[in-house]
Design a protein around this ligand. Structure first.
Ligand code: PEP
Ligand code: MG
Length: 757
C-alpha cells in the first residue's frame, strides 16, 4: 500500500498542472482501489460550491459543469462533517441528490473523504462502486491518506492561481501567501528568484528569446561536463571495479548530444531557457527511475541527478553576463544569504520574500538594518512560479500577494506613499527627546549587530545601544574571530556611540542562531545548549570575548556587558566571576579600563520569579520579550504553524514584564526592554507606563516610537495600562490598545497591525 501511495504521490506531484494532477489522481486511485469510479470535487473560488473537477468512471462531459452547494448532496455532507462517509447504498441516504449529467445511476456503494488543508475543507474525494457493499477500513484509510496528500497539491494550485485557470467560471483572484513580518513596510515589484548555484531543484522556468543561443550554451556545457567525467574516470583509474568503470561509460553516453541533451533541446525549442529545460528533463528521468520496482535501477536516479548537477554547474559558470535586475524588484528565495543580497544594487530592491526563516533570522535582521520591506517564512510561496511576476510584499502584516487587482495594487501604492511621508516627517524628531506631552522622558536605545546599523542608528538619534548582538559578527565568519579581531569590531561600536552606553551581549548562539563552524545538533535547540549555557561550558570562548570587549572600551568607558539566556543565579555568579577574572587579566596587561556594569537578560520565565535575587547580584536587567514570550507561551518563535499564538500582548507576558519591573525597582535596579516589543509604538507606550527605564529597538522603528511617545500623555498611558491589565484575552488587548491609540490620533503609527486585506 505504502509503495503504491508513494508512486501515486510522485506522479501527481510531477504533473505539469492541476488538471493533469487531478486526472492522474482519479485514475490511479480508481485502479489502486479496484473501484469503478473515482471523482474529485473541489470548492470553487467563491468557496460556496463543490465543482466536479475530475472523474474516472463518470461522464467526463460533466467536469466543470456539475456542482453542489455547501450543504447539498453527499458531497456537501462530507464537507460539512469533515469526516469520511461510507455508504453501502448512496441512494438510500436522505441527503442523496441524483445528478443526471454524471451518469452515476448504476453506482450504489459510496465512499467520500474530505480534502482538508490547514483546517480548511478544499473539496471531496469520492470512490463509487456498482455493488452494494461497505468499503472496508483499510480502503477508507487509504482514501483518507491519499486525500491528505491531494490537499497539499490543491492548496498549492489555489495559491498560484492554477485553480482559477482550470475553473471554468472564475477569473484569477489575488493569491495571498502568509509568512512572518520580517521588516516593516510594503513594496511592489517584479519578482526575481535568487537561488543557490548548482541546485537543479531551485532553477525556475524562464522564457528564452533565442533558442539557438540557449542550445549553444548547452553544447558548451556538455563538452565541459564530458571532459570532467573523463578526467574523473581517469583519476579513479584502476582502483575501480568493472562495474564502476562501466558507470562512467553510461555517464558519457548520457551526456551525448543525442541522449539526454536531445530532450533538453526539445524543451528549449518549446520556449524554456536552457537551465529550466535541463531541470525538466532531469526531473523526468529521475522520476522514472524512482518509480522502478528494481532497487538497483531506482538507485540510478541519483546518477542522473548528479549528471544534471554537473551540467548545470557548467551552464551557470558560463553564465558570465552580469545578471540584469528590473528597476523595481522583489527578491525571492528559500533563504537569501547576506552575500547573495549584496550582489543586487540596493536601489532596485523594493522588497524581499523568503519561504524559510523567521522574524529573528539573520536575513530578517539584515533586511531591517537596510530598511527593506520583508516577509520571511512564507512556506507556501511557490518560488518558481512567482519568478518574473509582479508581486507585493506586505512587511507590516507578513504577506506576499500575487495577481493583485488594480484596486488592491492602488491601495498598496497609497500605503507606500503614506509610509514614505511618515518617515520623512519623523526625521525632524531626530534630536528631540522621547518625552510625553506631560513631561515623562525615556531614553531610546538601539539594537545593533551589523556595521550598517551604526550609521542608521546615529542618523535616527539613538541614545546608545541597548543590545549589541555579538553573535552576528561571529556568524559571518568561517571560524571564531580572534581576541584582536573582536576588539576591533567592538571598538567601532563603542566609539561610534561614545559617550553613550553600548550594551554588549555575550555570545548568544544555539537555538535558531547556529555558527557554521560550531554545529550544535539537538532535537530541541530552543530548550538546549544556547546562550550562557554554551559559553559557560567554554570559558575559553567567553573569556576571549570579555577581554576583547574590555580592551575595546579603553579610554571610552561606555561598555556594559549583558548575559543572555540566564536561568539560575549560579550561571550569573559564574559569569560574574569570569568577567572579574578577565578584567584582572586585562589590567595586568597594563590596560586600564573601568569594570563595566554587568546585567542579565530576562528571557527565561524562571527569572521572572527570581528577579529580586538576580537584581541583588547584577547592575541592570533587560527584558528580552522575544524569548520570554516564546517560553512563557510555549510557542516556538520561528514556527510558522503556531505564529498566530505568539503574542506579546498575552496577559501572561504583560503580567510577567510588570512583575519584573516592580521587583527590580524594589531592589533599586534599572530595567530596560530590548525585545521586539520595545519597537512597537503601542507596546512601547504600555512598557513606559509600566515604568521601564529604557527601551531598545531596531533603528528602523526608533522614530516611530519617539513620535508616539511625544504625542501621548503618560497619565493616559497609565490609565490604558490599568485597563488592559484587567483583561484576559491577548487579541482583545491588542485590538483595544490599537483602538485607543487611533482615537488619540496615533493611527498613522500603527501600520504594522493595520489590516490591509
Ligand atoms: C529577546 O529574546 O527578546 C532578545 C532581544 O534576544 P534575541 O532576539 O537576540 O534572542
Ligand atoms: Mg533572546
Amino acid at each position: 500500500m505504502l509503495d503504491m501511495l508513494r508512486r501515486i504521490v510522485q506522479e501527481v506531484n510531477s504533473a505539469p498542472d492541476l488538471r493533469k494532477a487531478l486526472d492522474v489522481m482519479a485514475k490511479r486511485v480508481r485502479d489502486a482501489m479496484g473501484t469503478e469510479v473515482c471523482s474529485i470535487y473541489l470548492l470553487d473560488e467563491s468557496g460556496q460550491r463543490y465543482v466536479l473537477m475530475a472523474t474516472e468512471g463518470l461522464n467526463t462531459e460533466a467536469i466543470g459543469k456539475v456542482s453542489l452547494g455547501l450543504t447539498e448532496g453527499l458531497i456537501g455532507q462530507v464537507g460539512q462533517r469533515e469526516e469520511p462517509l461510507n455508504l453501502e447504498d448512496a441512494f438510500q441516504h436522505p441527503k442523496f441528490i441524483y445528478l443526471e449529467e454524471t451518469g452515476e445511476d448504476p453506482f450504489h456503494a459510496f465512499l467520500g473523504a474530505p480534502v482538508i488543508h490547514h483546517g480548511k475543507v478544499l473539496g471531496v474525494l469520492v470512490v463509487q462502486q456498482r455493488d452494494m457493499r461497505r468499503f472496508d477500513q483499510s480502503e477508507e484509510a487509504f482514501l483518507v491518506t491519499i486525500s491528505a496528500q491531494l490537499s497539499a497539491v490543491v492548496a498549492h494550485a489555489r495559491a498560484t492561481g492554477d485553480l482559477a485557470a482550470v475553473d471554468t467560471h472564475a477569473a484569477p483572484l489575488p493569491a495571498f501567501f502568509d509568512g512572518l513580518a520580517g521588516s516593516s513596510g510594503a513594496g511592489i515589484g517584479q519578482a526575481v528568484l535568487l537561488y543557490p548555484p548548482a541546485d537543479l531543484n531551485s532553477v525556475p522556468d524562464r522564457l528564452a528569446d533565442d533558442a539557438n543561443a540557449e542550445i549553444a550554451l548547452l553544447d558548451r556545457a556538455l563538452i565541459r561536463a564530458r571532459a570532467e567525467v573523463r578526467a574523473l574516470a581517469e583519476r579513479a583509474g584502476k582502483s575501480l571495479g568493472k562495474e564502476e568503470q562501466a558507470l562512467f561509460e553510461v555517464y558519457l553516453r548520457m551526456l551525448d548530444r543525442h541522449a539526454l541533451a536531445a530532450e533538453v533541446v526539445e524543451k528549449i525549442r518549446e520556449g524554456n531557457w536552457v537551465q529550466g529545460a535541463l531541470r525538466m528533463v532531469v526531473d523526468e528521468h529521475v522520476r522514472n527511475f524512482e518509480m522502478m520496482d528494481d532497487a538497483y535501477l531506482r538507485e540510478r536516479a541519483a546518477d542522473v541527478r548528479d549528471l544534471g548537477r554537473r551540467v548545470l554547474a557548467h551552464l551557470q559558470s558560463d553564465d558570465r553576463k552580469q545578471q540584469e535586475f528590473p528597476e523595481e524588484c522583489i527578491l525571492l528565495g528559500e533563504e537569501i544569504t547576506t552575500p547573495m543580497l549584496m550582489e543586487v544594487p540596493r536601489e532596485v530592491i523594493k522588497g524581499i520574500a523568503t519561504t524559510r526563516g523567521s522574524r529573528n533570522s539573520h536575513m530578517a535582521i539584515v533586511a531591517r538594518a537596510m530598511g527593506i520591506p520583508t516577509v520571511v517564512g512564507a512556506q507556501t510561496l511557490p518560488l518558481k512560479q512567482m519568478d518574473g511576476r509582479e508581486i507585493i510584499v506586505d512587511g507590516f502584516r507578513g504577506r506576499v500577494i500575487a495577481n493583485a487587482s488594480a484596486e488592491l495594487k492602488h491601495q498598496f501604492e497609497q500605503i507606500i506613499r503614506e509610509e514614505a511621508t511618515l518617515l520623512a516627517g519623523l526625521e525632524k524628531l531626530r534630536d528631540l527627546p522621547a518625552t510625553t506631552e506631560d513631561g515623562k522622558r525615556i531614553p531610546l536605545m538601539v539594537n545593533t549587530g551589523l556595521m550598517t546599523d551604526i550609521m542608521r542608528s546615529i542618523e535616527r538619534g539613538a541614545e546608545g545601544v541597548g543590545l549589541y548582538r555579538t553573535e552576528i559578527p561571529f556568524m559571518v565568519r568561517d571560524r571564531f574571530p580572534s581576541e584582536e579581531e573582536q576588539r576591533i569590531i567592538y571598538r567601532e561600536q563603542l566609539q561610534a556611540f561614545a559617550p553613550n552606553p553600548v550594551t554588549m551581549r555575550t555570545l548568544d548562539v544555539g537555538g535558531d542562531k547556529p555558527l557554521p563552524y560550531f554545529p550544535i545538533e539537538e532535537d530541541n535547540p530552543f530548550l538546549g545548549w544556547r546562550g550562557i549555557r554554551m559559553t559557560l561550558d567554554h570559558p575559553e570562548i567567553f573569556l576571549v570575548q570579555i577581554r576583547a570587549m574590555l580592551k575595546a572600551s579603553e579610554g571610552l568607558d561606555n561598555l556594559r556587558i549583558m548575559l543572555p539566556m540566564v536561568t539560575s543565579v549560579m550561571e550569573a555568579e559564574e559569569a560574574l566571576h569570569l568577567i572579574h577574572r578577565a578584567h584582572a587579566e586585562v589590567q595586568n596587561e597594563g590596560i586600564n579600563v573601568a569594570a563595566p556594569p554587568v546585567g542579565v537578560m530576562v528571557e527565561v520565565p524562571a527569572v521572572v520569579y527570581q528577579t529580586r535575587a538576580f537584581a541583588q547580584r547584577v547592575d541592570f536587567l533587560s527584558i528580552g520579550t522575544n524569548d520570554l514570550t516564546q517560553y512563557l507561551l510555549a510557542v516556538d518563535r520561528n514556527n510558522r504553524q503556531v505564529a498566530d499564538l505568539y503574542n506579546s500582548f498575552h496577559p501572561a507576558v504583560l503580567h510577567a514584564v510588570m512583575s519584573v519591573i516592580e521587583q527590580a525597582h524594589e531592589e533599586g535596579v534599572e530595567v530596560s526592554v530590548c525585545g521586539e516589543m520595545a519597537g512597537d509604538p503601542a507596546a512601547a507606550l504600555m512598557l513606559m507606563a509600566m515604568g521601564v527605564d529604557a527601551l531598545s529597538m531596531n533603528a528602523s522603528n526608533l522614530l516611530k516610537v519617539k513620535s508616539a511617545i511625544r504625542r501621548f500623555k503618560i497619565t493616559s498611558a497609565r490609565k490604558l495600562l490599568s485597563e488592559i491589565m484587567a483583561m484576559d484575552n491577548a487579541e482583545v488587548i491588542s485590538a483595544y490598545v490599537d483602538l485607543q491609540l487611533e482615537k488619540a490620533g496615533l493611527g498613522d503609527l500603527l501600520g504594522h497591525r493595520r489590516p490591509v486585506v
